[in-house]
Design a protein around this ligand. Structure first.
Ligand code: AMP
Ligand code: MG
Length: 420
């Protein structure tokens, strides 16, 4: 049976980066930029005031202090967004708001706090300057943030809110990105029922399609729910064919040793099995392969298929460990692993059969250290153990277990990405 690392390596060998597309900037959050973005304009576009105050000639402030103010004549008020028609001559000043262009003749701005503005309440035709000012004081220079012609965001950058803002500041409405993968999700099992229907005796609701679809959304993909296939091969094949236009196929259930576990047979007939079973707990019965499909160009293409275990916890953990990095690779991302922290274990975990254990845990930070305790019953069908957890404690396959007080690695479920 292969290890978690070997499984991931085999998966990634079969995954290719998707094509690029042009997309509105707000739709691109979390996507990878597919072009170098340069600026046609200076930002800020012109020298402007960093403060509410008075634009004036610094030479006019020589010797100014609270005890001996220098009085200047106020000739205009410049609001942000408009350019004053007046020129600042010696002995004059223009009242100016933050962001307003610096008027001709002025070489600095003295903020209101260093004038007698408050005593005059802004209505006077004169202003007293209470401090000396150097040329350039409180002026934001044109191009200080971004110089016209420079590359602002380079190809390969992951677009976060700050990058979306930078694109907007350049006046870009659309940008080239690597497109999001469409992930088709199929539940299997005669016992599994659509969540919108009444629940007959002996049946369970289809939770896997929804937890998996939510994971697809969380990591930036587009889920396409294909419904539920019964445990008959024809039913599975027919449903699977509905997903052949997707970039990835995910099934849940039907990959164990049971009488009705037909996913592997179908995978072998419709494509090729790359591996089955991984030395881990939960989630051992993972199948991965490539399904034959008509490629976008009309030729034969291959779509990766993840046959996740049916148990709800196993399905989610196998998604996080294997389908997530595959999706991220498709999206052109370089950082594929989830962040881990080192924590002090507050419970014991036994490892009886040499598999890597991923135990659901609550991680807390106390006094600068992380502590991890189990969420309770760890059965792979106990989905609430995932709902309570913020991390997965990793017990290596070559260890008989961990004891209270041991240091362990914990994969954090809610931290988005490893740095670097
Ligand atoms: P299987 O691998 O098909 O034997 O399924 C293992 C366990 O997971 C069984 O208890 C199934 O009832 C359960 N299971 C399978 N598919 C789903 C699903 N879509 N939602 C919730 N539980 C499921
Ligand atoms: Mg089943």
């Amino acid at each position: 049976m292969i290890s978690v690392e070997q499984a991931l390596e085999k998966i990634l060998e079969h995954i290719e980066v998707l094509e690029t597309e042009e997309s509105p900037i707000l739709g691109c959050l979390g996507q990878v930029l597919a072009e170098d973005v340069s600026s046609d304009i200076n930002i800020p576009p012109m020298d402007n005031s960093a403060m509410d105050g008075y634009a004036l000639r610094s030479a006019d402030t020589r010797g100014a202090s609270r005890q001996s103010p220098r009085f200047l004549r106020v000739i205009d008020t410049a609001a942000a967004g408009s350019i004053s028609r007046f020129e600042v001559e010696p002995g004059t000043a223009i009242r100016i708001m933050t962001g307003a262009p610096i008027p001709g003749g002025a070489d600095c701005v003295v903020r209101f706090e260093d004038t007698d503005e408050t005593e005059r309440q802004g209505t006077s035709s004169e202003i007293g300057i209470l401090a000396e000012a150097e040329p350039g004081l409180e002026i934001r220079r044109a191009g200080e943030d971004i110089a016209a012609g420079s590359i602002v965001l380079s190809k390969g950058t992951v677009l976060r809110p700050a990058e979306v803002g930078v694109l907007a500041s350049l006046g870009r409405t659309k940008v080239m990105v690597i497109r999001r993968p469409v992930v088709a999700i199929l539940a299997t099992g005669d016992e599994v029922v659509d969540i919108a229907l009444p629940l007959p005796e002996g049946k369970i609701y289809n939770s896997n399609s929804y937890s998996v679809a939510a994971l697809v959304l969380r990591y930036g993909g587009i889920p396409k729910i294909l419904g539920i296939a019964s445990d008959i091969e024809d039913s599975l094949v027919a449903r699977l064919h509905l997903g052949l236009d997707a970039d990835m196929l995910i099934t849940s259930g039907g990959v164990s040793f049971g009488d009705y576990d037909i996913v592997r047979d179908v995978l072998a007939k419709e494509g090729e099995i790359v591996f089955w079973r991984v030395r881990q707990k939960p989630g051992r019965p993972l199948a991965f392969g490539m399904i034959k499909a008509l490629g976008k160009a009309g030729g034969v293409g291959n779509i990766p298929l993840f046959g996740l275990a049916g148990n709800p916890v196993s399905a989610m953990i196998n998604f996080e460990l294997f389908a997530r990095p595959a999706m991220l690779k498709m999206m052109g991302k370089k950082s594929l692993t989830k962040p881990t922290v080192e924590a002090v274990m507050e419970d014991a975990i036994e490892n009886t059969d040499g598999r890597r254990i991923f135990a659901r845990a609550v991680v807390e930070k106390r006094g600068g250290r992380y502590f991890a305790r189990l969420t309770g019953p760890q059965g792979s069908g106990v989905l609430t153990s995932m709902a309570l957890a913020n991390g997965l404690v990793i017990v290596p396959e070559d260890k008989p277990g961990v004891k209270e007080g041991d240091l362990v690695q914990v994969m954090m479920l809610d931290w988005s990405e490893e740095v670097g």
